[in-house]
Design a protein around this ligand. Structure first.
Ligand code: GTP
Ligand code: MG
Length: 248
């Protein structure tokens, strides 16, 4: 590993270092069956062949009904804080989080959009090109479950096959029985949308880091694989060109 790259990768706090692949919340229903980094990704990272991944920024977008807990989830993950008072997001906010994954620097831009209808057109202009779409609903509010599919369809329409997650927020507000009942319903919805499901609480912090690490690891794995495969294709094209020049 080059000295500069190693320094960049090490220049993150210990809670932004990912060395092992996190598992899904519900392995059976997740569309993402990965439980480890792709062998090509591991090799590329250990041989310092991750191309521009360390320089590129991947984009995650959070969407969902008003006051379901999007900003609280972002604040718990990024700053380890929780505010019980509601402050509506105006338009869109964003955070940038730096990670070191398999000793490789990786940056995720997190776009936290407003759930209020009047900001919908502003927020939707930020969906484009998202690598990850996270639909958040409130586990204690039936109404927010009904809009999961619509949010997922709107937010993924202008992206190229992003990773998809459905997240039930405010887990601390529901009993264990109610949590199971909600999960039973929403696991089906998530599965039909081709998304992975998580239940979290920004108030207690339950599952917030596990979810975030899973999301970031899947994004990183896909980004490095794209990079490795496109550089592989490029060298194959070069070899093809050399061969055809040789033949002609
Ligand atoms: N008990 C509990 N309350 C939560 C949790 N997450 C969010 N809240 C509360 O729910 C309210 C709304 O949270 P926000 O995170 O601002 O919701 P939002 O989805 O960002 O709302 P918009 O920006 O308007 O779309 C706030 O009063 C939070 O304190 C949680 O995990 N548990
Ligand atoms: Mg908000």
């Amino acid at each position: 590993m080059s000295a500069t790259r190693k320094m960049m990768a090490q220049n993150v706090p210990s809670n932004r270092v990912i060395a092992t692949f996190p598992s899904a919340y519900n392995v059976e229903t997740s569309p993402y069956k990965k439980n480890n980094f792709h062998p090509k990704v591991k090799t590329a990272c250990s041989e310092n062949r991750t191309g521009c991944v360390g320089l590129k920024i991947c984009k995650a977008v959070l969407v969902g009904d008003v006051a379901v807990g999007k900003t609280s989830l972002v604040n718990r993950f990024c700053h380890d804080v929780f505010d019980k008072d509601y402050k509506a997001t105006i338009g869109v906010d964003f955070e940038v989080e730096k990670f070191s994954i398999l000793n490789t620097p990786f940056t995720l831009q997190i776009w936290d959009t407003a759930g209020q209808e009047r900001f919908k057109s502003i927020a939707s202009s930020y969906y484009r090109g998202a690598h990850v779409v996270i639909v958040v609903f409130d586990m204690s509010d039936e109404g927010s479950i009904a809009s999961i599919s619509r949010w997922m369809e709107d937010a993924t329409a202008s992206s190229n096959n992003p990773l998809k997650f459905v997240v039930g927020a405010k887990k601390d507000l529901v009993s264990q029985a109610a949590c199971r009942a909600v999960e039973e319903r929403v696991l089906d919805i998530a599965q039909s949308l081709g998304a992975e499901y998580w239940s979290v609480s920004a108030k207690t912090g339950e599952n917030v880091q596990s979810f975030s690490f899973r999301c970031v690891s899947l994004t990183f794995d896909a980004a490095v694989l794209r990079e490795v495969e496109s550089s592989g294709n490029a060298s194959q094209k070069q070899i093809g060109a050399i061969i055809s020049r040789g033949i002609n």
